[in-house]
Design a protein around this ligand. Structure first.
Ligand code: SF4
Length: 222
């Protein structure tokens, strides 16, 4: 479980890998070190066609699948384009203030409280999608930032191409992805590059899964 700590402390991936490898800094670059580009491409695609928002489900499900089967945070440490993007902007490009984040941000109550809030918002988004699918509500061609501010986004959607509920999910999911990106960018600017990782709902969920697997393994008779 010690390997989970660096991500929570907001250190760039490279730092924790180098620390684990003895810190010689001669790390071989791998294809997944460029996944920060994917993160930019994903949000750019949403400006042209909102249906691309569905691709974000990969980032939603893959960390959980890898944690459930591998019992580790391979996704956070290697495959998360968003975490890499924060590390690049805040670290390599020097946009972070490198101040310590307030302690409450990484406290258990805040992490789990934010996770519950996030899951409630996700559930509401799925419910809105269901209402549209059932014909009880009409499609809203807009995104909602910070779960509050509604922005018209209709140019990214062509009516009739797919069922309206598919479009509704896209607008809702893209809203959540963009809101969490903006929150991550704000704390990246104010504090350390990967401060968002301290309370990222995906990180909290994968860490919870890893802990459960670890405990289950430790309690097995030898
Ligand atoms: S904690 Fe969240 S943002 Fe950070 S690396 Fe993990 S999934 Fe990515």
């Amino acid at each position: 479980m010690r390997g989970l700590r660096p991500v929570r402390q907001g250190l760039p991936c490279r730092l924790h890998r180098a620390a684990g490898a003895g810190g010689d800094g001669m790390k071989r670059t791998r294809w997944y070190d460029y996944l920060w580009i994917w993160s930019i491409v994903y949000f750019a695609l949403g400006f042209f066609n909102i249906l691309f928002a569905w691709l974000g489900m990969i980032d939603f499900l893959l960390p959980l699948i890898l944690a459930a089967f591998g019992g580790n945070k391979f996704f956070c440490n290697h495959l998360c384009g968003r975490g890499q993007l924060f590390a690049r902007l805040g670290g390599a490009l020097g946009r972070s203030q490198y101040r310590s984040a307030p302690r409450w941000m990484s406290s258990r109550w805040f992490r789990y409280g934010f996770l519950i809030f996030f899951l409630a918002m996700f559930g509401n988004m799925v419910f809105q999608t269901w209402l549209v699918a059932a014909g009880a509500a009409s499609l809203r061609e807009a995104i909602q930032l910070f779960w509050t501010f509604r922005l018209p986004w209709g140019w990214t959607y062509t009516a009739g191409l797919v069922p309206d509920w598919v479009g509704q999910f896209s607008f809702g999911f893209y809203s959540m992805m963009l809101t969490s990106l903006l929150l991550g960018l704000i704390v990246m600017l104010l504090y350390k590059p990967r401060t968002w990782c301290a309370f990222c709902p995906m990180g909290t969920m994968t860490q919870g899964i890893c802990k459960l697997k670890y405990r289950a393994g430790a309690s097995k008779p030898e």
